[in-house]
Design a protein around this ligand. Sequence first.
Ligand code: IPE
Ligand code: IPE
Ligand code: MG
Length: 227
Amino acid sequence: MDDVPNHIAIIMDGNGRWAEKRGLLRLQGHRAGVNSVRRVIEACIDFRINYLTIYTFSIENWNRPSTEVSGLMKLFAMMIEKEIFELKEHKVRVRFLGRLESLPEELQKKVYWLQEQTKNFSDLNLTIAINYSGRGELVDVVNKAVREGKLVDEDSLRELLYIPDLPDPDLLIRTSGELRISNFLLYEIAYTELYFTDTLWPDFGRGDLIKAIKAYQRRVRRFGTLI
Ligand code: IPE
Ligand code: IPE
Ligand code: MG
């Protein structure tokens, strides 16, 4: 495909509703959602997308029932173990975005290990937002600047973000019909093209990604100028 976005970000929503519709447990929905992650990563590699950023757990998600939260933490740790071989095989660089220091210790170790193991790859830059909050990221930026006694401009602020070299997303996809940002990448999406679909995340596949990219290709991006 020509003219693909350099960076696609996805709010992967609707796992719980997918499960409830089938009389399953919400956690089974999250497990089904993992297959969509795999499909989308493969498609991004095939379409030569440079950056893919996925929202897996927000800081607000800690307020869910503890069984769901602990199930999700276990699922994340298991996925890292299970997918590392395939990710390395495809030369995917994986980085995690968020307050990693507050993740359960076992998961933290796996997170740093996966980052280390894939740090020299660049065929696809996969960023996994976990324990992430857009406002939290900006608060952390402000505190860093204050500690360093710095005033910031837009460029130097960027240097204080969790991953300074992550380019702004060109396309942000949200599944499950919700029309909101839910505290994702607030600073980074200033000029991102937004795409919403009713498809629930576990049903999302290559065809849905192609539809989103095609919609993006029809957009006229003006960045405040006249074209
Ligand atoms: C998204 O699916 C995954 C996470 C937030 C962890 P949800 O769990 O939010 O699914 P719905 O929105 O309740 O259907
Ligand atoms: C956003 O989905 C967070 C993730 C997809 C990880 P939520 O389901 O938490 O968002 P709200 O509650 O519908 O805004
Ligand atoms: Mg949701």
